[in-house]
Design a protein around this ligand. Structure first.
Ligand code: NAI
Length: 697
């Protein structure tokens, strides 16, 4: 049983013990239930305390048994809370560190609650597309008032216990512990041992001076903020019940809402993303507990767009960084950009002035490689040319200390070749950040043939420290993310050739939920970058078909936002994309020159051609072992490419549509004489899974 039991001076203390956060799995629930029975039956026990061992009171449902039958096996959480309420001896919850989800619902079922300061209190179910389903939406408004409770429930954000305890009229915490929280709870338990009747949260009244007006206001606000997700709005519905319905009726309705949400695709997508993120940090042949190297000093080579952003990640985490450049003015520009970024954060109130100074103090610059000889990790972010990378890595091999990790931020080049420029390929790895590197969550960790396991384990740990979502990719052209986006961009080009305008394509895919369509994205990243890649690929893959429109655009010097002209026009300092008639004419002329009569293409066709081009390449990537697992690919797309979260990533989306349907649609596209026939050849893995009626996951 995952709960310990002891009696201290007439008070039974039940301690949940299910590391890491005392998730309320089956064994823990049984442990609590048995503890309660034992305490009830023992005449020497006058009161009961429930607490959690280690680093949490309880983090809520046990994610290890999330979708298994065990999660609903009796006693389920609702049963357990009813058992708590029915105890004839007072039960005091001693909450500390983390009290979330089902853990908070459990505490709300107790007669009294004592909290340690600094405890993170939350009902985070909305973050996985749900509402609290064990009375949270009914009991929290009773102890904190409707407004505070609804804020917490609809955002899922944690609030510190001392802040909640300071709310006037709050009934969540009967006492804040000054010393040990369990001692304080035992003391309270003794004081209230004889109190009858015992107080129950369910008996408290919820009131509001203007309930209808407030709920309407909340509904409007939440609706505006949660457009693709149903759960936040259902949180409002559930909290409204606390104002209008009898407790038991509201509890039944809360459960109905919970069960209804559980079946929605959005909830499925959010849960998928939640697990995918946790799974991404696990590498099949690198066991947990693999020793990691100490990373106390970082060197960054190149102070350009990426080098500056990469450095900021480490400065933010308190790790000293030395940036190296070829010329002083490049260093000065790089430092000035970092300073400007921080200053804008200070102006917006996102960063305290003293923190800003602390971070800048951790930054040093140099023109001499010798100053990197103490660095534990050196990340190269110089021009994307193999010759330049070669010089840098040969030099690093001479100066870096033994055991230093040498990383490249290359977005397409062969990491194995880069490693071969050194006599220590085991220490070389790709760390592919995304622009802006201080903002974007994704870090593709590129594993070379010879990259050592402890180097991988270290880089994964570093990623966590600098708050990135790291996904491991094998070596191939473009790794996971850019290799897939290449097919998506090619398909976007074919859509122009067949009759679309850039804004029609962008609008369709943005309506599907992408943060940005392919043409706005091209303008943001710089169309010249894709142009350079296509020139290289024209040599390496001479048979690869592209629409010529992107090259024609670049020949006109329309590189995107940086030239205020790309697929769209831009006003100075603004990012609004303004359609341009000349570009549309250029596309139409090109279309005529290759003999295609334009046709009207539906939004559905646009979306499916773009998304399935991602899915098909993803299947190749999986089969080749470039990605370790399907969910890693979704993580890359959710955190690095603006794929709509409510759809769970390309793989999750394809599984939801059904792989048979995906393959059928691809066959239809292949019949289109203007599309590339080879493009729509289903990847063997996709074809096989579709034929067998299986999914990727
Ligand atoms: P950038 O042109 O803004 O910066 C490169 C910097 O490296 C320049 O400041 C240059 O002076 C410096 N540099 C060049 N050769 C050097 C050498 N031998 N020693 C020291 N410094 C040297 O380029 P950006 O965009 O920062 O790209 C850098 C790398 O990051 C490239 O490999 C690129 O493919 C990759 N990358 C770029 C992304 C982007 O969106 N810009 C995204 C992800 C990766």
């Amino acid at each position: 049983m995952s709960a310990a039991y002891e009696v201290r001076d007439g008070v039974a203390v039940i301690t949940m013990n299910n590391p890491p956060v005392n998730g309320l799995g089956y064994d823990t629930r049984v442990g609590i239930a048995q503890g309660l029975e034992r305490a009830q039956a023992d005449a020497a026990v006058q009161a009961i305390v429930i607490t959690g061992a280690g680093k949490a009171f309880s983090g809520g449902a046990d994610i290890k048994e999330f979708t298994s039958v065990k999660s609903t096996m009796e006693p389920n959480l609702l049963t357990l809370i009813r058992q708590l309420e029915a105890c004839t001896k007072p039960v005091v919850a001693a909450v500390h560190s983390v009290c979330m989800g089902g853990g908070l619902e459990l505490a709300l079922g107790c007669h009294y609650r004592v909290a340690a300061p600094g405890c993170a209190v939350a009902l985070p179910e909305v973050k996985i597309g749900l509402i609290p389903g064990a009375g949270g939406t009914q009991r929290l408004p009773r102890v904190l008032g409707v407004e505070t409770a609804l804020n917490m429930i609809a955002t899922g954000e944690p609030v510190k216990s001392e802040l909640l305890a300071a709310q006037p009229g709050q009934k969540l915490f009967d006492r804040m512990a000054e010393g040990n929280v369990v001692d304080a709870a035992v003391a309270l338990a003794r004081e209230v041992a004889a109190v009858r009747p015992l107080p129950l949260v369910r008996h408290l009244k919820v009131t509001h001076p203007n309930p209808d007006g407030y709920i309407q206001f909340a509904r409007n606000t939440v609706k505006a903020m949660s457009k693709n997700f149903p759960a936040p709005q259902r949180c409002v519905d559930a909290v409204e019940l606390s104002l209008k319905e009898k407790f038991d009726v509201a509890m039944v309705k809360e459960l109905e809402i919970f069960k209804g949400l559980m079946l929605t695709p959005e909830c499925k997508a959010l849960r998928h993303a939640f697990f995918a993120e946790r799974a991404a940090s696990k590498i099949p042949d690198v066991p947990e507990g693999t020793p990691v190297r100490t990373i106390a000093k970082v060197g960054v080579i190149g102070a350009g767009t990426m080098g500056g952003g990469i450095s900021m990640n480490f400065l933010n985490a308190g790790v000293p960084v030395t940036m190296l450049e070829m010329k002083q003015d490049a260093l000065d520009r790089g430092v000035a950009t970092i300073r400007k970024n921080y200053e804008s954060q200070v102006k917006r109130g996102k960063l305290k002035a003293d923190k800003f100074e602390q971070r800048m103090a951790l930054l040093s610059t140099t023109l001499a490689y010798d100053d990197l000889k103490d660095a534990d990790l050196i990340i190269e972010a110089v021009f994307e040319e193999m010759g330049v990378k070669e010089t840098v890595f040969r030099t690093l091999d001479e100066v870096a200390k033994p055991g230093a990790i040498l990383a490249s931020n290359t977005s397409t080049l062969d990491v194995n070749r880069i490693a071969s420029f050194t006599k220590r390929p085991q220490d070389v790895v790709g760390m592919h950040f995304f622009s802006p590197a201080n903002v974007m969550k994704l870090l593709e960790v590129v594993r070379g043939e010879k990259t050592a396991k402890d180097v991988l384990a270290t880089v994964m740990a570093v990623a966590k420290k600098i708050r990135k979502t790291a996904v491991v990719s094998g070596v191939c052209d473009g790794f996971i993310g850019n290799r897939m986006i290449e097919q998506y961009s090619r398909q976007a080009g074919f859509l122009l050739d067949e009759g679309c305008t850039p804004q029609q394509v962008d609008k369709a895919i943005e309506k599907f939920g992408f943060a940005m369509g392919p043409f706005r994205m091209g303008d943001l990243a710089g169309n010249d970058i894709g142009w350079a890649i296509r020139k290289r690929r024209a040599v390496e893959y001479p048979d690869m078909k592209y629409s010529k429109t992107a090259d024609l655009l670049c020949e006109k010097g329309r590189y995107g936002q940086k030239t205020q002209a790309g697929w769209y026009d831009y006003k100075p300092g603004k990012r609004d994309a303004i359609p341009n008639a000349e570009v549309e004419q250029m596309i139409a002329d090109h279309r005529a020159s290759i003999g295609i009569a334009p046709r009207k293409i539906s939004d559905d066709e646009i979306v499916h051609r773009l998304v399935y081009s991602l899915v098909n390449e993803a299947a190749h990537i999986l089969e080749e072992g470039i990605a370790n697992k399907a969910s890693d690919i979704d993580m890359v797309y959710l955190t690095g490419y603006g794929f709509p979260l409510h759809r769970g990533g390309p793989i999750c989306y394809a599984d939801t549509v059904g792989l048979y349907n995906v393959v059928q649609a691809m066959k239809g596209f292949a019949a289109n004489p203007h599309d590339d026939q080879a493009f729509w050849q289903p990847a063997p893995l996709l074809a096989r899974l579709a034929a067998e009626g299986k999914t990727f996951s």
